[in-house]
Structures are given as structure tokens and as C-alpha cells.
Design a protein around this ligand. Structure first.
Ligand SMILES: O=c1ccn([C@@H]2O[C@H](COP(=O)(O)OP(=O)(O)O[C@H]3O[C@H](CO)[C@@H](O)[C@H](O)[C@H]3O)[C@@H](O)[C@H]2O)c(=O)[nH]1
Ligand SMILES: [Mn+2]
Length: 744
């Protein structure tokens, strides 16, 4: 995987940098390939122009041509952009031993934000596992503060956090003593299910800590199932008084509870070592105020934390993204504290990885190629984007400050930042900072903090930081920094992509468009790289055209591609084969299976024809004022049988959704066309027209192959995850309708 180490950067004047950057190898070969494909693409364009059906020709054929050609142009543009990020990817490596030699005594304060929104689909036990994993970083506890933002405003989550604070007194020493990984108890006990025999001392403690954990887990899960906090528990902490009978998720005052006050000399673990500060925050919610989803939560966190601990580095994780590597903080600091380049870095992004992936990754969630090629490519083009989780920020940059060469950070002054106010006074004053009215007539959500009014608040925020002159870096250490929960059903995955592609398109069409907002502020190649993702939704039209038009024309015997014996076939064949062979090679090189690649192709087709298409429509509607930005939170739990099918890599349809109707209709349409095309070959044996339809028959055949799971879901499966009958009826009728229109 790390075969791509190229030139090594050396420090000048004996100065040893805290990180190094290596350029990917084998680029010459790659560039030759890219150039040859490019030539092929040009030939395809020429073919399309030269063979444009003349005015007298079939009208349908002209129309189809006018659909295909722009689609091909769009695909070519997309291909061109994706080559830009492959041109010279770079990889970063850190020197943590140098960091601790130079800076161990003056390490900066780190504030860690964990966001949760709904205790039903983000179970409190999962949330606190993430909290515990970040409390247990290999980092001085007095410099670490963990904030849990609960947009669900749930006393169940608060209760779980209290339990976690007690458990942490034993968990943190255990992690420290035996240097275990990962430090989320759930993840640790699932990877290490037996006490290690090699170390009898550890085995003893392992058993007792496991028992403590299981007890806590049972208590939390019982309470969560019950759905309310018993009177006895209520008496245990003053915090519960913040919930009264009138408060609901969408209507309650701000709640700030400093569960562990790191300044308190009594806040120590079972070995007398200090504990990190731990804060529960649920910002005020009122029906008449828009809460701006996760962006709103982040901004409340930024303000509240500035009052309590004011760490100069902020780490932000989603509630399912536990820390899988206790060294990540130090990895990130190697960038920020590097004497030569550190002062210009605004954020350090880790990839978003998952711990519940199956071997062939049916829903293509792991983004293998994006994580291992495109993000390193973005890094070399001007900096990766901020992807909302697993990202370390410099506080001032996140708050809206412009990069300024003059203002290099003095890390040494950081440590005497703590105020003397008591915890309860702090709690009261923080409530104001987390209130609905605080942001009225302010720059929050605009020039300060995380930006509002975009479904991908993270991307747009990161981009504006880059436009203010800051750099960002991407780091993907051997041991993954963070692991989360990937969606386990097709619908969840498609809905997530709808949100993303919609947000991206929204960004492209807003004043934050990379080409406008970024003009002269970031390199052109970075603007182009953002457009790859910004235009996801727009490519849906090209894809829809390509999966429907040639098949429909096949039914009517209308030819859209060169005859099989013509030389014009060559560029088509070359481009298609070379592109896919390369993509398969790339996928495999970075550890994917062949089946995984095939699944990936399928899911991209689904996304483009459904999620991105709906995102496109919704964006247009929103611009016209008919729809609002929403944020459908991805579920992190599912039923037993759903998760079993997920493990077996059986595609989950289950619930009726217009997204499924589209993909099923397209799948059936291709099936009918393919059958009809093959019938022409076998029964009619008309050689001449056949020759001009061969490419269409092949295309259609490939589409049928890739859609096999859809036919299974429509007709052959009996389990609960099959296609709902309503979808089957709708799609069959729609496909038949389309076919009959094409035939007559
Ligand atoms: O009103 C809200 C909605 C969501 N969240 C939290 O935001 C996080 C991300 O939500 P999730 O449903 O898991 O979305 P994903 O699609 O997995 O999230 C990715 O994409 C989002 C933007 O679309 C980013 O905000 C996320 O950080 C990024 O991981 C979760 O921790 C939620 O609890 C809130 O705090 N408040
Ligand atoms: Mn998520």
C-alpha cells in the first residue's frame, strides 16, 4: 500500500521537520495512459460531430444523438477532472518522537467535539464509547477537554455520559498501563474477546474492567430501552434538574453541565492522575428558531468551549466515529507545530473510515479510491477538504481569522488559560452562548465558525478557510485514526448521498462556487478538484441518458454507435476498456476485491441515476423557493435480520421509495431491450442492421448484468429485504410504458 514513496524532503540547516511529504511513484506510466485515453476521447467527439444525423434522417435518432453527445462531453469533463487529482498525489508522514522531544512540556490544549442528534438512531452507548475513546488519547489529560453536543436534548444521553465519566476513572488508567488499542471499550472488547494469557497481571485487570464495562452497558441499555430516567438515578446528579416536564427535543432551554471539571484537584482517576474535562451541552431549541443542524451545534460548541477550556486546537468527530488510534492528536500536532510550515496549516483531515464494512463492500461506502488517491491528490492540489469528522482545526482559523504570515503562534503561552470561575458559574454563563438568540445579527454561520444553509456545511466551511489563505493537510496513517458506522441499507446509503450531492451542487450554484469565491484565492487546480464533487448531481443527467437512451433506441432498431467492423469502434472500445481496466487495477491495488469493484460500479450507477438525480431536482426546487434544506441523520443501528443480510451482502430494499422505483424501472427497461436485441440476433438474423447495433446490445447486456441484484429483489426473493410490491408494480408498468412508446 505504501509502495508509492518517492522523493524525500529534507530539512534545511540541520532543522528536522516534524513531518515529511512524499510524492507518489509511477506517475510517468500513469500519465502516458491518461494521454492515450484522452486521444481516444477526442476521436469519440470527432465521430459524434462527423456522423451527426443529417436533417433528413430519423428524427428520433437526431434527438438521441443530441442527448448522447453532451452526456459524453460531460463524462469527458468529469474524467478530465478526476485525472487532475491523480496527477501527483502526495502522502504525509509524521515524526512524533521529535514532537515530544521538543514540545512535551508545552503541548497545547485540545478541545474535542462529539456531536449527536437522536438517541433512537444514535444509541447513547455508542456515543459514550466514542467519548471514552477520545478521553483516552495518549495526551496529557489536563490539556484535553471533551464536549458532547446533544441535539436530541435527551436525558438518556446525559445519563450515559455520567456513567461514562465514572467508568473513565478505571478505563483511562487501564488504557495507559497496557497501551491498548483501540480505546473505545466496545471496539476493544470486540477485537480482544479473551484476556491475554501472556500477561497474568493484565488478565486480572482485563477481567475486572470488562465486568465494569458490561455492567455499565447493561444499565445504559436498560434505561435507553425504558426511555426514561428513574427517580433514583435522577437524584444522583443535579444535572437532571435541567429537564422538566415541558421540555421536548425541539423546545428546551440550553443545558450545560460540566461533568468533570479538569481544574478540580479532586477530578482524578483510580490512580490519582488528572482526568480530562468533560462537558455535556444541549443548545437551546425553540420551534420558531432554525437550528441549522450540525453546523449550529458546532458553533455553539466553539463558543461554549472558548469559555471553559479554550483549547487552541479543536478536534471534531461524529458520535459514531470513535478514535481507533491513541496517537492521532500527536500526529495532528506534528503538522501544526512544525516550525517551518506549521503556522499556515488551518486543519488536518483524517479519512472517514468504517469498522462495519463487509468484504466486498456492497454499498461502496468505504470510498477506497477517494481516500487513497483523490484526497492525497487534493492535498497536492492545494489541500483536502474538511469532511466534517476526524478533523483537527486551529481554533482561530475555524472562527474566521484570515491567515497572516506575521502572526506565528506562540505555543508556550497557551497553558495558563484557565479561568478561576467555579463550574456552576461557568455553566450559567455558557447557557447564554448556546441560546437561540445569541447569533441574531452576528457573523456566526456566515464569516465565523461553521457555515449555515448548506447540506455539506463541512465542505463549504473548509473551502472558505482555504480561501482565507490557510493550508490544510490530509493524513492517513497505517493505523486508522477514526472508525465509524457505515449505513447498512441501500436506502440509507442513497439518502446520505442525496444529502451530500445536493449540498455540493448547492455550493456550486451559490456565491461559494469554487470558481467565483475561490478566484485568485486558491489555485485553479483546487477549484477544479472541488468541482468533481460539486457537480456530482449534475452528472446524473448524463448517466440517466446513457442508461436509458441507447437501450430504448435498441428496441426501435435505431443505431447510435459505429458499426462493429468500422474503425470508429476502436476509440469507443479503447476508452471504455482502458478506463475500466485502470479503475479495476486502482481499486485492487488499494486493497479491494474484484467483486468489490463490481459492486462499486453498481452503486455509482445507482447513486447517479437516483440520489444525484433527486438532489438535482431538489436543488432546482430550492432555488425556485419550493423546498428547504434538510438534514436526514443516518441511522447507526438496524434490526437483527437487516444486519444479517448486510453481513451476507444481500442487497436491502425493504421500504418503498421513489429512489427504488427509478432504479427498478431502468433495470427492467434494459432487460426488455436486451431480450429484444438478442431476439433480433437469433430469430430475425438481419445481419446488416445488426452490425450497427452490436455495441448497443453489449452496453445493454452489461447493464443487465450489473442490475442482477435488482431483478432478484423484484422477483425472486422472499425475505423482508426484498423490493416492496408497490415498487414492483410501479416499475413494471413504467418500464412497459417506456418500451411501448419506443417501439411504436
Ligand atoms: O441536527 C443535527 C444533525 C446531525 N448532527 C450530527 O452530525 C453528525 C453527522 O450526521 P450523520 O447523519 O452521521 O451524517 P453523515 O452523512 O454520516 O455525515 C457526514 O456528512 C455530513 C454533512 O452532510 C457531515 O456533517 C458529517 O460530519 C459527515 O460525517 C452526527 O454525529 C449527528 O449526530 C447534529 O449534531 N445535529
Ligand atoms: Mn455518519
Amino acid at each position: 500500500m505504501n509502495g508509492e514513496r518517492g522523493s524525500v524532503e529534507m530539512g534545511r540547516d540541520g532543522y528536522l521537520p516534524l513531518f515529511e511529504t512524499k510524492v507518489a511513484k509511477g506517475r510517468i506510466l500513469y500519465r502516458c495512459y491518461a494521454a492515450s485515453v484522452f486521444v481516444g476521447i477526442i476521436f469519440i467527439w470527432v465521430y459524434r460531430v462527423v456522423h451527426f444525423p443529417p436533417a433528413g434522417a430519423q428524427l428520433l435518432r437526431r434527438w438521441a444523438w443530441m442527448g448522447l453527445f453532451p452526456s459524453e462531453l460531460l463524462f469527458s469533463f468529469y474524467w478530465f477532472l478526476t485525472q487532475l487529482v491523480r496527477w501527483s498525489p502526495i502522502y504525509r508522514y509524521t515524526f512524533k518522537d521529535r514532537l515530544s522531544q521538543r514540545y512535551e512540556e508545552v503541548l497545547p490544549g485540545i478541545d474535542i467535539f462529539v456531536c449527536t442528534a437522536d438517541p433512537r438512531i444514535e444509541p447513547p452507548i455508542m456515543v459514550i464509547n466514542t467519548v471514552l475513546s477520545v478521553m483516552a488519547y495518549n495526551y496529557p489529560s489536563q490539556n484535553l477537554s471533551v464536549y458532547l453536543s446533544d441535539d436530541g436534548g435527551s436525558d438518556l444521553t446525559f445519563y450515559a455520559l455520567l456513567e461514562a465519566s465514572r467508568f473513565s476513572k478505571h478505563w483511562l488508567p487501564f488504557c495507559r498501563k497496557f497501551s491498548i488499542e483501540p480505546r473505545s471499550p466496545a471496539a476493544y472488547f470486540s477485537t480482544t474477546s479473551e484476556p491475554p494469557d501472556s500477561n497474568p497481571l493484565m488478565a486480572q485487570e482485563w477481567l475486572s474492567i470488562k465486568e465494569l464495562y458490561e455492567d455499565m452497558k447493561n444499565r445504559i441499555e436498560t434505561t435507553t430501552r425504558l426511555g426514561r430516567i428513574s427517580e433514583e438515578i435522577r437524584k444522583e446528579h443535579k444535572g437532571f434538574l435541567e429537564w422538566n416536564s415541558a421540555s421536548t427535543r425541539h423546545d428546551h432551554q440550553s443545558i450545560v453541565q460540566i461533568v468533570i471539571d479538569g481544574r478540580d484537584p479532586k477530578a482524578v482517576d483510580s490512580e490519582g492522575q488528572p482526568l480530562p474535562t468533560l462537558v455535556y451541552l444541549s443548545r437551546e431549541k425553540r420551534p420558531q428558531y432554525h437550528h441549522n443542524f450540525k453546523a449550529g451545534a458546532m458553533n455553539a460548541l466553539i463558543r461554549v468551549s472558548s469559555k471553559i477550556s479554550n483549547g487552541s486546537i479543536i478536534l471534531n468527530v461524529d458520535c459514531d466515529m470513535y478514535s481507533n488510534n491513541s496517537e492521532s492528536v500527536r500526529d495532528a500536532l506534528c503538522f501544526f507545530m512544525d516550525e517551518e510550515k506549521g503556522h499556515e496549516i488551518a486543519y488536518v483531515q483524517f479519512p472517514q473510515c468504517y469498522d462495519n464494512l463487509t468484504r466486498n463492500d456492497l454499498y461502496g461506502t468505504c470510498f477506497r479510491v477517494i481516500i487513497q488517491v483523490e484526497l492525497p491528490g487534493l492535498d497536492s492540489n492545494g489541500g483536502p477538504f474538511y469532511i466534517g469528522t476526524g478533523c483537527f482545526h486551529r481554533r482561530v482559523a475555524l472562527c474566521g481569522m484570515k491567515y497572516d504570515k506575521e502572526c506565528e503562534r506562540e505555543w508556550k503561552k497557551e497553558n495558563d488559560r484557565r479561568g478561576r470561575e467555579s463550574a456552576s458559574v461557568l455553566e450559567e454563563s455558557c447557557k447564554v452562548l448556546a441560546s437561540c438568540t445569541y447569533e441574531e445579527n452576528s457573523q456566526w454561520g456566515k464569516e465565523m465558525g461553521v457555515k449555515y444553509d448548506c447540506a455539506v456545511e463541512d465542505i463549504i466551511t473548509g473551502f472558505s478557510i482555504q480561501c482565507r489563505g490557510w493550508k490544510s493537510v490530509y493524513v492517513n496513517p497505517e493505523r486508522k485514526g477514526f472508525l465509524g458506522v457505515a449505513p447498512t441499507t441501500l436506502l440509507q446509503s442513497l439518502v446520505q448521498h442525496k444529502r451530500w450531492s445536493e449540498g455540493h451542487l448547492q455550493m456550486f450554484l451559490s456565491r461559494h462556487c469554487p470558481f467565483i469565491y475561490g478566484h485568485k484565492k486558491v489555485p485553479l487546480k483546487l477549484q477544479l478538484a472541488y468541482s468533481i464533487y460539486n457537480l456530482w448531481a449534475a452528472y446524473s443527467l448524463a448517466m440517466l441518458c446513457y442508461v436509458a437512451v441507447p437501450s430504448l433506441c435498441l428496441l426501435g432498431g435505431i443505431s447510435l454507435f459505429p458499426e462493429i467492423w468500422s474503425l470508429w469502434v476502436l476509440p469507443f472500445a479503447y476508452v471504455i476498456i482502458a478506463k475500466h481496466a485502470y479503475s479495476l487495477g486502482e481499486f485492487h491495488w488499494y486493497g479491494g476485491t474484484i467483486q468489490g469493484w463490481w459492486n462499486d460500479q453498481r452503486i455509482w450507477m445507482f447513486r447517479r441515476t437516483t440520489s444525484y438525480f433527486f438532489a438535482f431536482l431538489d436543488t432546482i426546487l430550492r432555488i425556485l423557493g419550493f423546498a428547504e434544506t434538510t438534514f436526514a441523520v443516518t441511522a447507526k443501528v438496524c434490526d437483527e435480520d437487516v444486519s444479517q443480510r448486510y453481513e451476507q451482502e444481500i442487497m436491502e430494499f425493504g421500504s418503498p421509495s421513489p429512489l427504488f422505483t427509478i432504479s427498478a424501472t431502468l433495470a427492467l427497461l434494459n432487460l426488455f431491450s436486451f431480450v429484444c436485441g438478442v431476439k433480433r440476433v437469433v430469430v430475425d438474423i438481419q445481419i446488416k442492421p445488426l452490425e450497427s447495433l452490436v455495441l448497443q446490445i453489449i452496453l445493454c447486456g452489461v447493464l443487465v448484468l450489473i442490475n442482477l441484484p435488482v431483478y432478484q429483489g423484484l422477483f425472486f426473493r422472499k425475505d423482508k429485504g426484498t423490493m416492496p410490491t408497490s415498487v414492483t408494480y410501479k416499475s413494471v408498468s413504467l418500464a412497459l410504458l417506456a418500451c411501448s412508446i419506443a417501439l411504436y
